[in-house]
Structures are given as structure tokens and as C-alpha cells.
Design a protein around this ligand. Structure first.
Ligand SMILES: *Cc1c(COP(=O)(O)O)cnc(C)c1O
Length: 358
């Protein structure tokens, strides 16, 4: 079976963990500080603040940006639930807008139509590693006096017009969950151009303290450990090579697959292929998935149910591009551990299943 995801953990990561274990200092310390400094290099030098998960990053990024009770935040419904959960955990309300069919991210026209007097922010998700339409969304945000808050959990080192994701918003969040393009075990990072917001984030993650027992605000314990940061630092050094491999794998699959709609990349965008997601538009997607599994090709549906229809939100909305994506998408293995044999197997299996069903 070719797995749908395959976290790559090598000796360097093991040695890094051992170094921290031997130091006797396990909680947030010098490794976290170094990880933050090194991560800033992939977000055009913005401030980086590490936390214990991508969800924590989103949650704190919203609070630190001043978003809370009474505010609305426009989000896609076609995402992982953490996107909208974070808005509600911060005390605000998620307003779901539809997506662009080709790129699976917020449609700027739908966002503009969803703005109300209570709207405070627009929160695009760079789904599958393809950046949202940041030029148009920044323009909408600017014209309406709204904050741009990026969910970059799936898109480390993606960019638009040479500017990396995480360097567009007032705040942006990344995840280091094991299946993401780089991991720290669990972990997250908030990036921001504002020294003031960065300081607020550092307070919020650590009980509101900069100096011990001088708690300035009401805060959480959402710190990253030095053990996790040590893993993240090694993975960050490998990210560029892995991203190039993901992109090369995607280029091969798109050239070799026929019978389904392969992923598109917008002009000016760099896609980092967290997922390689095809559309199964004229077959039964779930049967197609089962056929691939039977042929040894792992696959996944991200996400089968739009957030607004999950029991946790249960809203009745008309989001046609979102519904269509949820019923048609199928992600194939794309991770850097694939070899040419695997890639050939994937392409042949997809093409054969598409042909058999047409
Ligand atoms: C993974 C992910 C998150 C949450 O990150 P965790 O590290 O799992 O908490 C948030 N948003 C999106 C789009 C994600 O893919």
C-alpha cells in the first residue's frame, strides 16, 4: 500500500531530541527561540511566535489581533474545522463564504458580499498548499478596513508574486502536525509584522507573563516544548528540498494522469502541494476512492463535510462551489518519500479506474 501521508523522521531529528533530553531543560527555552528566529526567514523576516499546535496558533492570532465578542470573521466552509473553531474559541462568529472552484480557497467576490457592519477580519485558508487569492483578498480587506488573518497551516513556503504566505496578513498561523509539509510532532507558529502583536502573543501563550509572576494579561499555557522545537528546527532545514520533491511529484502526476481533473496553480502562485487533489466530476467519488485503495494506492478526502454542515455548526447555507468540492475532491499520495515506481503506480491506477468507470 502506498500511504497517503508519510512523515519523514531521520537521525538528525532523533539526535536533536537527544540533545534536548541531555540538557535537562525540556520546556520552552533556547530551542524554541532559535526555531522562531529560523522560521522568520521563510516569512520575509516577520516576527514568529511558536505555540503547541496550529489550532492554538489560530486561536491566539485572533485574540492578539484584537478579534473577540461581537466580531464576525469571514472564513471558508471548505477547510478543516479548526479554522472556524478558532474564531468561536476567540469569542467571535464565523461567517462562511464560498470558494473559487479552481483553487479551493475563498472567493473574493463572495467574501465582499458577506461583509456586514460587524465584520472584523477575513481569514483565508491556503488549502492543500495552494495560496488563496491574496492580492484580491488584501484589496477587499483594505477597502473595507478589515484585518487579513491567514490560516497557512497547510502551506509552509507557498507564495504569491514572490511574497510568502504568512507575510500577507496582520497575523498568520502555521501547523507542524505530523502530516503537514514539516512537523515538530505537534506545534504551531504565528507570524506577524507587528512587534506589539508579537509581544501580546508571547504573553498569551505563557500565562500573561514576560517576567515570572508579573502576569500582565490573562493568558493560557500554550507553550511549545524545546523537544518539539528541536525537531521543528531540523525539519525546517529540510523543507525546501521536500517542497521541490512534492512539486516534481505533482508535475509528473499531472502529466501522466488522465480521466480526472488535475490541480491548477493560479498565475503568480507557488503551490507547495501539501495535498495533490484531483476532482472526480463524472464518477462516484467514494467508489473511485475504494477502487484506488483496492489497487494499493492510499488516498483521502479533505474534507467530505463542509464545516457549516458539521454538527458543531449545523447552519443552513447555500455554498454551491463548497458543496461541489466536498463531493468531488480526492487527494492522492504526493509526499517526498514516493519513488518513481510509486508515482507510476498512482498514475496508472487513477487513469485505469477513470477509464473503467466512464
Ligand atoms: C492542520 C490544520 C489546522 C490545525 O493545526 P493543528 O496543528 O492540527 O492544530 C488548522 N487549519 C488547517 C487548514 C489545517 O490543515
Amino acid at each position: 500500500m502506498i500511504p497517503a501521508a508519510h512523515p519523514l523522521i531521520g537521525d538528525e531529528e532523533r539526535f536533536a531530541v537527544d540533545r534536548v533530553m541531555r540538557s535537562g531543560m525540556l520546556a520552552q527555552g533556547p530551542e524554541v527561540a532559535a526555531f522562531e528566529t529560523e522560521f522568520s526567514a521563510i516569512v520575509d523576516g516577520r516576527h514568529s511566535v511558536a505555540v503547541n499546535s496550529g489550532t492554538s496558533a489560530l486561536h491566539l492570532s485572533l485574540i492578539a489581533a484584537g478579534i473577540g465578542a461581537g466580531d464576525e470573521v469571514i472564513v471558508p466552509s471548505f477547510s478543516f474545522a479548526a479554522t472556524a473553531n478558532a474564531v468561536h474559541l476567540a469569542g467571535a462568529t464565523a461567517v462562511f463564504a464560498d470558494i473559487e472552484t479552481d483553487y479551493f480557497a475563498l472567493d473574493p467576490a463572495a467574501v465582499e458580499a458577506a461583509i456586514t457592519p460587524r465584520t472584523k477580519a477575513i481569514m483565508p485558508v491556503h488549502l492543500y498548499g495552494h495560496p488563496a487569492n491574496l492580492v484580491a483578498l488584501s484589496d477587499v480587506a483594505q477597502r473595507h478596513g478589515l484585518l487579513l488573518v491567514e490560516d497557512a497551516a497547510q502551506a509552509h513556503a507557498a507564495s504569491v508574486n514572490g511574497v510568502p504566505v504568512g507575510a500577507w496578513g496582520a497575523v498568520a498561523s502555521f501547523s507542524f502536525y505530523p502530516t503537514k509539509n514539516m512537523t515538530s510532532g505537534e506545534g504551531g507558529m504565528v507570524t506577524t509584522p507587528s512587534a506589539e502583536i508579537a509581544r501580546h502573543l508571547r504573553l498569551l501563550r505563557n500565562q500573561g507573563m514576560e517576567r515570572r509572576y508579573e502576569n500582565e494579561v490573562i493568558g493560557f499555557n500554550l507553550r511549545m516544548t524545546d523537544i518539539h522545537a528541536a525537531i521543528g528546527r531540523v525539519q525546517l532545514r529540510k523543507l525546501a528540498g521536500w517542497t521541490a520533491k512534492r512539486q516534481a511529484n505533482a508535475a509528473f502526476l499531472s502529466s501522466a494522469i488522465s480521466g480526472v481533473i488535475t490541480p491548477k496553480t493560479a498565475p503568480g502562485a507557488v503551490h507547495v502541494f501539501h495535498q495533490y487533489t484531483v476532482r472526480i466530476d463524472d464518477h462516484d467519488r467514494d467508489r473511485f476512492a475504494a477502487e484506488l485503495t483496492a489497487r494499493g494506492v492510499g488516498n483521502g478526502v479533505y474534507y467530505p463535510t463542509p464545516i457549516h454542515r458539521l454538527p458543531s455548526f449545523a447552519r443552513t447555507l447555500d455554498l454551491p462551489a463548497t458543496e461541489r468540492a466536498a463531493s468531488e475532491v480526492l487527494s492522492l499520495p504526493i509526499h517526498p518519500a514516493l519513488n518513481q515506481n510509486d508515482l507510476d503506480t498512482i498514475a496508472e491506477a487513477v487513469t485505469a479506474v477513470a477509464k473503467a468507470g466512464s
